[in-house]
Design a protein around this ligand. Structure first.
Ligand SMILES: [Zn+2]
Length: 432
């Protein structure tokens, strides 16, 4: 009797216009299952119930439901080197005609300057047609293309952000990092803190139990959701009884830097070392026996052992005054920083293409890669630090600070510094 009923049901599905079938069938299936359950209970044979339920529902799903709800599929791609809008959409399986529809729409130039590593999100309908496209510049802005009657409306958007200040005070028992995490500080904020104070404090050696720090940083919200932990606005670090204070300030140039309350730059003019190294293979030594020449030959720099190809960074802002092979130095880059200071980077495997004579570089720009050109026994960077043309031990030299706040901006800075310092003090007193 049951199989007869199934046949009948299939017959109905075939002949009846599918649009209206869903409601009827749902009702029917319900009816069948109810009658079956009661029967099954009576006969103690419940095993077949599921089968009767599945067949009619499955045959319905595909077309019928889609006519009422438009199914959108989301796809996304990260922009790669040499990508164009065309190549990305092609990769995402979009038909050429659809791509040209977008490219030929008004304002499509907004989508021509897409940047590597940014994301493009698509919503596609069942005809594989783009309904909307979103180029995400950052957490708060981008370009959106929306399908409207055969063409696309393309415009830039800017989401409204809200910033909230967060104060934290941390006493160090284990380590700067662990105790920070315990107080709920985000990873990225702790890293910023290490960067800001890393110029003055050696976090491996100088931290003692009882040291403490407090800070105000920002949290950024979009549509009521936190999107990023923002910048540290002010931080105070008490280390070995000495207080270090750093205040973030946006300069006229648009860059933001950290200064002490009286306007001294917390950064040094030079990085401690020009690369991430494995170990120091040879120190500055004016009486060293040279490993290749086996005679007393002063070692006028520091050798940092590091893998082939490790990026080498300019330790300070300056101008390239040498950028080619020079005898035993191999591939050598020399940077003149001020009248007094210059640095040399030797044995490079290769020099970055943009590092040419006369070019300006900024601190931490990559100038080349570790190699063993010239007279070198293994892969390492030979780094020299010269003051007034004389070799100086880069590990010992007292590094000058980066530029203090410009006198033309000093007055405004002083005001800002006073306000934010007061704010920090208020918070500190509240949590005593
Ligand atoms: Zn050396």
């Amino acid at each position: 009797m049951f199989s007869k009923f199934l046949k009948l049901l299939k017959g109905i599905i075939k002949n009846y216009p599918k649009k209206h079938l869903l409601s009827i069938l749902t009702g029917l299936v319900l009816l069948v299952s109810i009658s079956f359950i009661s029967k099954a209970n009576f006969n103690s044979q419940p095993a077949q119930i599921d089968i009767s339920l599945e067949i009619p529902l499955d045959s319905l799903k595909e077309e019928d439901v889609q006519e009422r709800i438009e199914f959108l599929i989301n796809k996304e791609a990260v922009i790669k080197n040499n990508d164009s809008l065309y190549s990305i959409l092609k990769r995402l399986g979009i038909h050429e005609n659809n791509i040209f529809q977008i490219i030929n729409s008004e304002n499509s130039r907004l989508l021509s300057k897409i940047k590597v590593d940014k994301k493009i999100e698509l919503s596609i309908n069942q005809n594989n047609e783009i309904v909307s496209l979103n180029y995400i510049k950052d957490f708060k802005s981008g370009v959106q293309a929306q399908k409207k009657e055969g063409t696309y409306q393309i415009k830039e958007y800017q989401l409204k952000t809200e910033k909230f200040k967060v104060f934290k005070k941390v006493k160090i028992n284990d380590s700067l990092y662990i105790d920070g995490l315990k107080q709920g500080l985000p990873d990225s904020v702790i890293m910023d803190l290490v960067y800001i104070f890393g110029w003055d404090i050696d976090f491996n050696l100088d931290i003692r139990q009882g040291d403490s720090y407090s800070l105000i940083y920002e949290e950024v919200f979009v549509n009521g959701e936190k999107v990023i932990d923002g910048d540290i606005l002010i931080a105070e670090f008490s280390n070995l009884g000495k207080k270090h204070i750093a205040i973030r300030y946006k300069l006229k140039s648009g860059d933001s830097e950290y200064f002490s309350p009286n306007g001294r730059n917390v950064k040094k003019a030079f990085l401690r070392s020009p690369l991430k190294f494995n170990y120091i293979s040879s120190r500055y030594n004016l009486k060293r026996k040279h490993p290749i020449f086996h005679q007393i030959k002063a070692h006028t720099g520091v050798d940092y052992a590091a893998g082939k190809g490790t990026p080498v960074r300019a330790t300070g802002d300056g101008t390239i005054v040498h950028s080619s092979v020079k005898g035993g130095y191999g591939n050598l880059v020399e940077i003149k920083h001020t009248e007094d200071y210059s640095t040399r980077y030797a044995h490079l495997d290769r020099i970055s293409p943009r590092i040419t004579l006369g070019k300006k570089v900024r601190q931490a720009d990559i100038i080349g890669y570790v190699g063993r050109t010239g007279t070198a026994t293994g892969y390492h960077l030979h780094y020299e630090f010269r003051v007034n043309g004389k070799h100086t031990n880069p590990l010992k030299v007292k590094l000058p600070n980066a530029k203090p706040i410009n006198s033309s901006e000093k007055e405004k800075y002083d005001l800002h510094s006073k306000i934010i310092l007061d704010e920090l003090k208020n918070y500190q007193n509240l949590t005593l």
